[in-house]
Design a protein around this ligand. Structure first.
Ligand code: SF4
Length: 356
């Protein structure tokens, strides 16, 4: 073996196994692994491939967005959100990116403007946790795969990163505190369901962006729906053993009339789920404004009346473009994919699951 064992991209078992080739016994390797993940410090014997340091940080209130450089003009964006619970304790959620850019083309999303630039590796994903935990010195309670990219389009790396992040000798994030969010790629949902059947992974959480009450509206704002319509998506979601978090971005004039709430409730009726309403955060050059409070409340109330369990995501980080659907602004315009019908249709054909 020429390369040193990459501790950041390994579970403890993988690291211990690789370290043997460097004459490091199991006990010592385990000590190194624990020390590295828990303190962020490297052992003198440890040869850690370079770890990126945070380049840009922007904070608004309880929300911090940071970037890591992945080459000239390529950045991953991650968001740390701290929130206070009813019992006055604070919880911190880290929103990680699984790709740079995204191929899914959702019309309401800033990241879609980039096109897909790069899949991140498991190590790249874990590195975002490392930066938040040990460079920002933040205790991280929850991880959500809701940053840039569609996790199901890079599922090997996402699953590998979950194995590393949940390793009890390392980051030790409980699976119940990890949510994978998808635009609804059916094969990906099924594969994640199989993965979550593994011992120790059963409490992993699934979130699915629905964002529309019917195929016509959904196809107009989420191109993936043309390849995988809502009936197929419902079948896939029914495979999930636990409650599914349904994400619904409320976009004025598009999907938030009261009859849309009724149709959504009818569609979701067979599924055990919670609907999380997300007020639209206008992307650059957005054709739509943010929704007003009265319309949001009316939609939520209507869903509740129809027996749905409804939560509402508080908008945070809008001023630093860290809010939901706004990631991607750190990547310079010259790197962004220019809109092209041909490329868009290729992306759709290649779709196996839509993103967040
Ligand atoms: S909403 Fe999610 S899946 Fe859709 S373009 Fe944005 S990042 Fe991709």
């Amino acid at each position: 073996m020429n390369a040193p064992p990459d501790i950041l991209g390994s579970t403890a078992a993988q690291y211990i196994n690789n370290a043997k080739a460097f004459g490091i016994n199991c006990e010592r390797a385990l000590q190194q692994y624990r020390r590295f993940f828990r303190t962020g410090r490297t052992d003198v014997q440890l040869n850690v491939p370079e770890i990126r340091t945070i380049e840009h940080i922007e904070t608004e209130g309880n929300t911090t967005k940071f970037t890591l450089r992945h080459g000239n003009d390529l950045f991953s964006e991650s968001v740390i959100i701290a929130y206070q619970r009813a019992d006055q304790t604070t919880r911190t959620t880290l929103c990680v990116s699984s790709q740079l850019g995204c191929a899914m083309g959702c019309t309401f999303c800033q990241t879609a403007q980039l096109g897909l630039l790069k899949n991140l590796t498991a190590r790249d994903i874990v590195e975002q946790w490392f930066a938040a935990r040990h460079q920002r010195n933040q205790h991280i309670d929850n991880i959500v795969f809701m940053g840039m990219g569609e996790p199901m389009d890079n599922l090997d790396a996402v699953l590998e990163s979950i194995e590393i992040l949940t390793d009890h000798n390392g980051a030790a994030i409980a699976p119940a505190r990890i949510t994978v969010s998808t635009v609804g790629r059916c094969a990906g949902i099924r594969r994640l369901a199989t993965f979550s059947n593994r011992p120790g992974m059963r409490s992993l959480k699934l979130a699915v962006s629905i964002n529309a009450p019917n195929d016509t509206i959904r196809s107009s704002i989420m191109p993936i729906n043309r390849a995988e319509p809502m009936s197929a998506l419902l079948d896939a979601m029914m495979q999930w053993r636990d409650r599914v978090l349904i994400e619904y971005v409320l976009i004025p004039t598009v999907n938030m009339q009261l009859e849309h709430a009724d149709a959504l409730a009818t569609y979701l009726q067979p599924l055990r789920c919670t609907v999380n309403l997300i007020p639209y955060n206008p992307r650059q050059d957005s054709p739509w404004p943010a929704p007003d409070e009265g319309s949001i409340d009316a939609f939520a109330h209507r869903l509740s009346k129809r027996g749905m369990f409804v939560t509402r995501r508080r908008t945070t980080g809008r001023d630093v473009a860290a809010a939901c659907g706004q990631l991607g602004i750190a990547t310079p315009a010259r790197v962004r994919r220019q809109p092209s019908g041909r490329r868009a249709s290729l992306s759709i054909a290649g779709i196996t699951n839509p993103a967040t």
